[in-house]
Design a protein around this ligand. Structure first.
Ligand code: ADP
Ligand code: ZN
Length: 733
């Protein structure tokens, strides 16, 4: 209960106390006093003292319990002049914290990730016609006055540009008092997209698909649609219509994309349809831009954001639609601090606020397929490519029967196909999901293998850089000349291929072709963007790339895709391996033949009878998924059962294992829920930390969060040296 009246016996009034979430791993909000006259309401973004520092926090919901000793109570320092997080957003953040078993302060921090955005942007200087005529009317001055005579305000550069004069002309007019200075609100970062800018262009099945989705958008309220359509079927055009309709309703739109930094092509398509680019949100933005995007989402100046998973935590003023493109993509899962899947949390955000979600994929996740089967999501199917473009003709190369020549990795069949493609002046893509030159380096004399000093992984040779590197932690050292074990010089050999080594092989066979290696370690985002553009413009004949090239790009000349090692993802024993491999191979081969030319895909494999390989060449995705779904159901694996992975790590192996064991012993008895392990985690050592894993397996209806909470509460005391990471719905299991 609030009590602001002076107390009996003249005691000073008790100050108003509010809970504030600060960016700390605390289980609840902290209490702060609100100085008289300060407007701190739930959702207000505030600055508060925390220990010796000032931190940013957000006022949360909850009663003023006055639990803190008034003498120890500290006061809110400042309320920022920016829109507060609304009730839906606060409910969403609470939900995410409790579902992912994360400290609410960490989740709130994801919504406040633009520290300086909370103060209003400074006004900019502008000019307005004062009504005073200039002393001498030159032609240049006339141009300016013609534009500004109506008395509207301009920035100097805007006015100079629009009237085609130099800014010194404006300066002259200002000096004479013809223009007076005014202050203008800062210009929006991006122009407003216009739903009627270009006509929608939908053909045949696209129209029906769009109508079905529009039904949901017009009805308003929560609904989930899944657009399941082969690569190139025109899914993007279809969901653009849902975006247009939402814009007509005056609401904002969020588009989540797995590799936004590399999808310049997408931004251009959006601009062609809506006359303006969407706001971008990803980790490669400059801090200033990021702050602007955050603030302009909150004020409603930005209407559409295209972003990576963290864009889900932007404070939209009035969000009315989320599109999740490539919804199956593992990049939507964050595995750091707060472990969440942005696709799943997008559905939650929409349910809380009551608006539709559109999921999009050529190879939907098993989870989403099952949600369609049981009627929770509406499935919208686009089975053929737009305008009759054919999908590539896919064949397997059985590597046991068509082995490469000694020291090589490309079968003669694949090399021949590459040669023919280049002769036709078309493009070939060789795909290998492995960066560097070789995944393992050995000494030929003593057999020494190069291992990362702080991880349980082998060092990968990167020949372009002259280094051996750890792909877990980034550790790198110059490639040694001599074996550190036996000292023999120049006897180190590379085992297995990476993209750099494939490029070497290609150059040997096709010395005159223009080859390009595309790999995230060979350049920053800027360079990669340029390279992707170069490929689209036909400036390369043979592209060798990692999964960077797989996602969403349109390469008009690409007619051959060769998969160097189609089996690569199948070996790791993860029950999701088949699904992932199927998705990745479909997506990569889908890069070919998008503009109607006849195209091919060749997949090098040692397991041609594997169900994934058979599904890829037969094109029968449905049969593959049916089988996959049945197997998951039999084993009680997600989405038919539930999993939580708990990783305990410590500098000392015994500490980690002991803690994990004690945690397991603290598990409550609950029918249908079992704890497996502890066992060494799939990566048993990372950055010098030993890792053990417990896997909690339950029924679809089990209260997994409650179970794990009890386990942790009853388990061994927290210790600084021991870290416990909880991952609800882990990616691999
Ligand atoms: P997806 O998203 O399913 O991979 P896209 O939406 O990228 O497919 O469409 C594939 C290609 O077909 C693109 O180049 C796109 O511009 C073109 N396209 C799709 N629908 C139409 C249409 N109705 N009219 C003209 N071009 C279209
Ligand atoms: Zn390492």
């Amino acid at each position: 209960m609030k009590d602001d009246s002076p107390g009996l016996f003249g005691l000073p009034p008790r100050p108003r106390v509010v809970p504030v979430l600060v960016p700390m791993p605390a289980p609840t909000a902290y209490s702060y006093a609100v100085p008289e006259g300060m407007a701190a309401e739930p959702g207000s973004i505030v600055q508060v003292p925390l220990g010796p520092r000032q931190v940013i926090g957000v006022v949360w919901d909850g009663p003023d319990e006055g639990a803190v000793d008034p003498k120890k109570l500290r006061a809110v320092t400042k309320v920022f002049d920016c829109p507060p997080l609304d009730l839906n957003m606060r409910t969403f953040l609470d939900w995410v914290a409790s579902y992912t078993l994360s400290p609410p302060g960490y989740v709130a921090r994801m919504a406040l990730r633009a520290p300086a955005a909370f103060d209003p942007e400074p006004m900019v200087e502008g000019f307005r016609f004062s009504g005073i005529e200039p002393e001498k009317l030159t032609p240049a001055r006339r141009k300016v006055l013609d534009l500004a005579a109506d008395g509207l305000s301009w920035t100097k550069s805007g006015l100079a540009h629009a009237s085609g004069v130099s800014s010194s002309v404006i300066d002259g007019l200002v000096k004479q008092g013809v223009f007076e200075t005014v202050f203008l609100p800062p210009p929006p970062l991006v122009a407003k997209p216009d739903p009627e800018y270009a006509e929608s262009r939908l053909a045949g099945p696209q129209k029906e698909a769009a109508d079905e989705i529009l039904e949901g958008v017009r009805a308003g309220g929560f609904s989930v649609a899944l657009i399941d359509g082969v690569t190139g079927s025109g899914k993007t055009e279809v969901y653009f219509e849902a975006i247009a309709e939402t814009l007509r309703q005056g609401k904002q739109v969020l588009i989540l994309l797995p590799e936004i930094a590399l999808t310049a092509n997408f931004l251009e398509r959006f601009q062609d349809r809506f006359g303006a680019k969407p706001g971008e949100w990803h980790s490669d933005l400059a801090t200033k831009t990021r702050e602007k995007v955050w603030r302009q989402c909150a004020t409603g100046d930005i209407r559409v954001v295209a972003g990576a998973r963290s864009a889900l935590f932007l404070p939209f003023e009035d969000l009315g639609l989320i599109v999740v493109d490539e919804e199956h993509d593992p990049a939507f899962k964050q595995e750091d601090r707060v472990f969440y899947n942005a696709r799943d949390m997008a559905v939650v955000r929409a349910r809380i606020s009551g608006f539709p979600v559109v999921l999009v994929s050529a190879t939907p996740s098993v989870e989403s397929q099952v949600n369609c089967m049981n009627g929770r999501y509406r499935r919208i199917h686009l089975p053929t490519r737009f305008a009759g473009a054919a999908l590539p003709d896919l064949h397997l190369i059985d590597m046991r029967r068509h082995p490469p020549e000694r020291g090589g990795f490309l079968s003669p069949l694949l090399l021949k196909a590459v040669g023919k493609t280049v002769e036709r002046n078309e493009q070939a893509l060789l795909f290998l999901n492995r960066r560097g030159y070789a995944p393992l380096t050995l000494c030929r004399v003593c057999g020494h293998r190069f291992q990362c000093p702080q991880c349980s992984s082998w060092l990968v040779e990167h020949r372009f850089r002259g280094q051996i590197q750890c792909h877990q932690c980034g550790y790198a050292e110059p490639t040694p000349q001599a074996c550190p074990e036996c000292g023999t010089l120049d006897h180190l050999i590379a085992c297995g291929p990476g993209v750099e080594r494939i490029a070497e092989e290609v150059e040997k066979h096709f010395p005159d072709a223009r080859t390009l290696v595309l790999s995230s370690d060979l350049g920053g985002v800027k360079r990669l963007r340029l390279e992707l553009e170069a490929i689209a413009n036909g400036e390369a004949d043979i592209v060798i790339g990692t999964q960077l090239v797989a996602k969403g790009h349109n390469f008009p000349l690409m007619t051959l895709v060769g998969i160097v090692d189609a089996d690569i993802g199948l070996a790791n024993g993860d029950p999701r391996a088949a699904e992932r491999t199927f998705q990745l191979l479909s997506q990569v081969t889908g890069r070919a033949g998008r503009t109607g030319r006849k195209s091919h895909g060749l997949l090098q494999t040692f397991q041609p009878m594997h169900p994934v390989m058979q599904a890829i060449v037969s094109g029968d995705a449905e049969a593959f998924y049916d089988r996959e779904i049945l197997e998951r159901e039999r084993a009680g694996l997600p989405p038919f059962g539930r999993l939580v992975s708990i990783i305990v790590s410590a500098d000392n192996r015994i500490d980690a294992e002991t803690h994990a064991r004690q945690l397991r012993q603290a598990a409550p008895a609950e029918p249908g829920v079992a704890v497996l392990g502890p066992a060494e985690a799939p990566l048993a050592l990372i950055r010098g930390r030993h890792r053990f894993r417990l896997l909690v397996h339950g029924r679809r209806t089990s209260d997994m969060q409650g179970f794990v909470r009890t386990m942790i509460a009853n388990g061994p005391k927290e210790r600084r040296s021991i870290q416990v990471q909880v991952d609800v719905d882990p990616q691999s299991f």
